[in-house]
Ligand binder design. Structure first.
Ligand code: GMT
Length: 376
């Protein structure tokens, strides 16, 4: 059954926006009509698709408003597009304000539009602690027709934090394997001045406190004492100043390359030997999957959804939060053992094509949509 689907997401760089956009593109390839409703064109929507439309939310800046009413503008845009295009369903990514806006928009529409809400992580694990938001997040979840979350850990945390009376299904994240795959980019390694003998460790994030980037630098300092290596820091955010200061303090300036925000991450993964994600909160860790698709073993913290992505000892290693010695010790073991590295790289790639295979994940969403359409 081909459907008209409205996708509401944050358009900027960030896991939830990436997953929503990639899902929209794959659904369009499978014949559905996709309407993105967002404040800006989703940044991964980088070519023309004849069955993908983009509807921009513009916010009234009238001076009487101390805060421009984005949420109302979004709800109103969702209602307008839903009515005009007669959308079958809305798939909203991130609980606030998107789920709540969709619920509001539904009241303004005279046909039965269904709401699927996908929880991505910080909408629960950070905002769920804010007493001014808990009730409205719970409301958005309970009024949705179907709620999914990107890991079992996030499902569990949502029940514990918000006591929601709603079945929440896990649908894992995925990557487009046609884009994320190992490429031949030796010239890039050379261009960065990385020699043949040097191993490459990569960290990609938005450099917020939860990502614990100082731990990444401290662990790298230990690895660097054992073998020649470079650390690629990709992304930017509030912690960058602190991180740069630490790099200098530890005398690592020559070996830490701060690359800022980058596109075409598959090229950077392709020159990397191991990926680190040492966060204190992480519902899934999409960047891990991106690296795994490029045959890069991962080392991550044993928190949130990371243990569902990294199979400890098989596709990489798990370490306890803040245990930089363990991160360094396991990294050194991995980088000094070519057989172990090759086995983990292969296992990582296989996991992308089995547990997180994009085709199957998209079919899981389609099955959810189809179940909602039955009674309509
Ligand atoms: O990691 C972030 O801070 C960005 C955040 C977002 O909302 O885009 O990412 C969340 O959603 C991603 C996609 O589902 C997950 O892969 C990330 O693990 C999750 N981030 C956190 O839980 C901190």
């Amino acid at each position: 059954m081909k459907l008209k689907i409205g996708i509401v997401c944050y358009p900027t760089v960030g896991g939830s926006g990436v997953v929503a956009t990639e899902l929209g593109k794959l659904l369009a390839e499978r014949g559905h009509e996709i309407h993105f409703i967002s404040s800006n064109i989703p940044f991964r929507l980088n070519k023309v698709y004849c069955n993908i439309y983009y509807h921009e939310v513009t916010v009234n800046q009238y001076s009487v408003f101390q805060y421009p009413p984005y949420d109302l503008a979004l709800a109103s845009k969702i209602a307008e597009v839903t009515k005009r295009e007669r959308l079958d369903l809305l798939h909203v990514h991130y609980a606030v304000p998107h789920a709540v806006c969709a619920v509001l928009a539904k009241q303004m529409v005279d046909h039965d539009v269904k709401i699927v809400t996908t929880l991505h992580g910080t909408d629960i694990t950070v905002l769920g602690y804010d007493p001014s938001l808990t009730d409205i997040i719970k409301f958005g979840i309970e009024k949705s027709d179907v709620v999914t979350a990107v890991s079992n850990a996030l499902v569990q945390q949502t029940y514990e934090l918000l006591d929601v009376q709603k079945d929440i299904q896990t649908v894992y994240n995925f990557v487009d394997e046609r884009v994320y795959r190992k490429k031949d980019v030796d010239a890039l390694k050379e261009a960065y001045g990385i020699s043949e003998q040097e191993k490459v460790i990569i960290h990609v994030s938005n450099f917020r406190k939860v990502k614990r980037v100082p731990d990444v630098v401290r662990a790298f300092s230990l690895v660097r004492q054992a073998l020649p290596a470079k650390l690629l820091l990709v992304g930017d955010g509030p912690e960058m100043t602190v991180v740069c200061r630490l790099v200098k303090q530890l005398g690592l300036t020559k070996d830490v390359l701060c690359l800022g925000k980058q596109e075409n991450l598959e090229e950077l993964y392709s020159i990397s030997d191991v990926k680190w994600l040492l966060s204190e909160k992480e519902s899934f860790g999409l960047v891990l999957l991106e690296a795994m698709a490029c045959s890069v073993p991962c080392i991550g913290t044993n928190i949130g959804g990371i243990p569902e992505v990294i199979d400890d000892g098989k596709t990489g290693f798990l370490c306890e939060l803040g245990d930089v010695e363990a991160v360094a010790e396991r990294t050194i073991k991995l980088l000094q053992d070519d057989h172990l590295h090759a086995a983990m790289a292969e296992n990582a790639l296989q996991t992308v094509y089995t547990k997180f295979y994009s085709k199957e994940i998209v079919q899981q969403y389609e099955a959810i949509y189809a179940s909602l359409m039955k009674g309509v």
